[in-house]
Design a protein around this ligand. Structure first.
Ligand code: FAD
Length: 426
């Protein structure tokens, strides 16, 4: 009898760990293959540090082929051109086909820079920290900037869903500029589509509004909320500030010598536009068991999953998908695949709680949202120097886990214990 073949598409933070955990759960009961774009894992949350040279690229990379080989997981780095869910196969970029019995989509986001004229590092005028290649280019631009400083604009555009790294990067730049003794020559503005500072796509968590406003104030960073970036040209960002009714209430032309804006995300080309599999933005639709209702042998996890916004906001904002939440999706999928292959129903559900550490280099803000949509059972935030140390721990934990090919979903336990949230839960 041939074994079921499980294919994991994407080997980022979610996909790499999913392959280890699925293999661990199924052992010899199934073959597991990972299809990745490139042969290297990058730890995306460390990109803001790469952009100010607190980390080198090699510090946050892991070569994938040897780890998967050790764990008995098949691997191809050529990438997929298209998923064909009706035929249970992937069309790969080298022209070959790969058949599957079960597919786990973990492709992360496509970065929608093209939705705003002049946005992004590919022919635009703003830097990005979403990919390690971008973070390296941002670091070079930062070195040039420091030699001839001027205004900085940092933030997240309309439709963005990833706000934590925008705050992180603004504060990290502030910390680094003070270390380099040029902060006094740099007016800074934080521009965000959120309805208020600290909303984070989650309608705030604990007092993230108070904590982040106070950090921005203490660091002399001005802010504009309910902001839509109309366009960007060399050294100038055109921003519309919108009122509660959605009408433009002010227009700002912001000069900059250095800018980094988080773009909106959409689903990747390999799955976008597949009726039943993805929503109009290309994100994979899943039920509470991480399973696509139209194609129940397809599961999805991480940033590529469709999650509805927490509520209406004057400017559209999305819900973030963070490492902890992604790990819980991985565990649910591994259990469901094990049960399905054993002839049992798939019943495991991810917790989808948000735990996040926003590092500022010399401190930071942490929050726990359980569940992520309010009202919540746990709604906690705090700040302090310990957050920076915890973020370094998070980085070491995750990169170490990928290097070792470990499957233990330890982060949930660690995060809940370290933050004392178990006490709050009890
Ligand atoms: P990714 O890590 O982006 O991985 C997707 C992978 O799929 C990529 O390797 C990609 O190349 C591959 N892929 C795409 N298309 C194909 C294809 N057609 N064929 C094959 N492979 C394909 N979360 C936290 O919890 N804490 C943080 O501190 C944090 N910081 C962040 C900082 C930044 C700058 C960003 C952007 C996000 C951050 N996040 C953080 C959120 C989230 O944890 C990360 O975005 C995380 O990388 C998402 O994991 P993922 O597996 O869904 O996607």
């Amino acid at each position: 009898m041939t074994k079921p073949h499980i294919v994991v598409l994407g080997a980022g933070l979610g996909g790499a760990v999913a392959a280890f955990e699925i293999k661990q759960a199924l052992g010899e009961a199934a073959d597991v293959t990972v299809v990745s774009k490139g042969d290297t894992f990058h730890f995306v949350p460390s990109n803001p540090w790469v952009a100010v040279r607190w980390r080198a690229r090699r510090d946050i990379e892991v070569p994938l082929a040897p780890v998967f080989k050790r764990r008995g997981v098949g691997f191809t780095p050529v990438g997929a051109r298209r998923v064909h869910p009706q035929e249970n196969r992937l069309e790969l970029n080298d022209g070959s086909d790969l058949a599957y019995d079960y597919l786990v989509v973990a492709t992360g986001p496509e970065l929608a820079f093209d939705e705003i004229a002049g946005l992004g590092p590919h022919g635009g005028f703003t830097q990005s920290i979403c990919h390690v290649d971008h973070a390296e280019a941002a670091a070079e631009a930062f070195e040039r900037f420091v030699r001839d400083p001027g205004p900085i604009v940092v933030g997240a555009v309309q439709g963005a869903s990833c706000f934590g790294p925008a705050y992180e990067f603004a504060m990290i730049l502030d910390t680094e500029l003070r270390r380099r003794k040029v902060r006094d020559r740099v007016p800074m503005t934080f521009v965000t589509s959120e309805p208020y500072v600290g909303h984070l796509g989650l309608d705030g968590v604990g007092d993230t509004k108070g904590l982040l406003e106070s950090e921005l104030r203490a660091r002399h960073i001005k802010w504009i909320v309910n902001a839509k970036v109309a366009s960007v040209e060399a050294g100038l960002m055109h921003v519309e500030e919108v009122g509660e009714d959605g009408a433009t209430k002010a227009a700002h032309d912001l000069p900059f010598a250095y800018a980094m804006m988080l773009p909106a995300f959409r689903g990747v080309e390999a799955v976008r536009g597949l009726e039943g599999l993805t929503n109009p933005r290309g994100f994979v639709v899943v039920d509470k068991n991480q399973r696509n209702p139209a194609y129940p042998n397809v599961f999805a996890l991480g940033v590529c999953v469709a999650i509805a916004p927490t509520g209406k906001t004057p400017v559209p904002v999305g819900v973030p998908k963070t490492g902890f939440m992604i790990e819980s999706m991985v565990t649910a999928i591994a259990h469901n695949l094990r049960d399905l292959i054993a002839g049992k129903p798939a019943s495991a559900e991810a917790t989808w709680n948000a735990i996040c550490l926003a590092d500022f280099g010399d401190g930071g803000v942490a929050f726990v949202a359980q569940p992520q949509i309010p009202p919540r059972n746990v709604n906690w935030s705090a700040s302090g120097k310990w957050v920076h140390l915890a973020k370094v721990g998070f980085e070491k934990y995750f990169i170490g886990k990928v290097r070792r090919g470990e499957s233990e979903p330890f982060y949930e336990k660690l995060a809940l214990d370290v933050m004392g949230v178990r006490k709050l839960k009890a």
